[in-house]
Design a protein. Sequence first.
Length: 580
Amino acid sequence: MTNAKRRSPQDLRSARWMAPDDFRSFGHRSRTMQMGFGPEDWVDKPVIAVVNTWSDAQPCHAHFKHRAEDIKRGILQAGGFPMELPALSLSESLVKPTTMLYRNMLAMETEELLRSHPIDGAVLMGGCDKTTPGLVMGALSMGLPFIYVPAGPMLRGNYKGNVLGSGTDGFKYWDERRAGTITKEEWLGVEAGIARSYGHCMTMGTASTMTAIAEALGLTLPGASSIPATDSNHQRMCAAAGRRIVDMVWEDLTPDKILTEAAVRNAVTVAMSMGCSTNAVIHLIAIARRAGISLTLDDLDTIGHTTPVIANVRPAGQSYLMEDFYYAGGLRALMNNLGDKLDRTALTVTGRPLAEGLEGAEVYNEDVIRTVDNPVYHEGSLAVLKGNLAPDGAVIKPAACDPKFYKHSGPALVADSYAELKKIIDDENLDISPDTVLVLRNAGPQGGPGMPEWGMIPMPKALLKKGHRDMLRLSDARMSGTSYGACVLHVAPEAYVGGPLALLRTGDIVEIDVPNRTLNMRVSDEELAARSKAWTPPAPRYGRGYGWMFSRHIQQADKGCDFDFLGTEFGPRVDEPEIN
């Protein structure tokens, strides 16, 4: 936006706190001076929030203490005043029952942090799965200029010379351990070698998916999402983001000018082409809703039909990880290969169209980043299924499962809880066929609670011992983006609120047809009506606190699992209260 009219210092939001000659502003200034700052730090300068999701319980963001200093350096270089604000870290590996329970809490915290402080713009620091959507959703709702800084993927894992991918190879080797084909010592070797540095998962899991989506939406500097966390280019990118946000404030480059229908469509296209996590569906719908843009499961499926997977990265790919993807040219190169599938006129945080950020992008390894004529998989990463088991939709990742399950029917074996499921999968003498459809229900947004990543249902030992490594699995839960297999997820409405999945019984025949996008149980409408009439709602999960609020306001998976009161359908953001 080189021709954009620049704002004057008097127009800065922070000036409302700091500039007036009155008693309240005296307090704001004197307490800022208490921290060792002086008028030369803030007068006629934008105040930039550095929203940092670092914590001692967040391995993906372990480097954020230092990266925050790089961002501040850039802000100072550009004549801004940095103000670091801590936010929920949401460690995917340590938070129970699931970080999805708290994504909306981070979104609310981000929005209110920016609203309640003397902030003119923000740099959002995230990367681990739910931090990207949580931060972006909150900042979108606040409406101030912001730029997103992704944590970057960790280094490749390694054990005995074999490359390991976080999550994906954990699931793989755990099945082998349970099948008795590897020893405890080998398992411990994998454990010690699979995550060798700070940074988020280096597979195409939810973290890599969502940071790429942030870039495709135009919310990061070009190429930012591909840089490994340990690479010195990451530090330079952080400083550059700090410099850029200062200019964004002067240009009044607010997110509503960036996050348009074209940007959302670009993000969906890029996600599908990367072999994205199934979680992308929920987060993309929620982000679009915060921007006032309609995005449905059908929209996602339509784009997926015509967008091939061209990133050969695990788990949809076979060999490569995000480090390889970066060396092959990164996201800029992949977006260039998508050609006219992207709207290159969409504006980004650079103030310029997407096309300018892609200029000069090259592919250096054509096996890692394919062309649309030589894809990893001929359609997009995800498919949306509907039928009498999921009238509002369910999601499968065809690119990461055995094609023999694209059309399949078999008897259901139903578990009503995760504890019940564990008994099934650990029973070595279980009478089960590879045609069986293993079902976990009551694990959705309300039932989980929070829709945990239980949808990558482990293979039963009884089948592992016979050499089977995949089967059709069905749940109203989610699964990690690093997962793989014939897993149908996000069944909506969920069983806990009386969706049809609650009516399925062990022995009922489940039918799936991915090419025709259907998911049904072979049960008559009359029988389903009788079962529905006899169904009893489960007891509430919570009696107080955040969980109580969550249960009453969480939307279903097909609506993005946002709170019902946080969308733009409730009207524009209310006027900010007067400073008193």
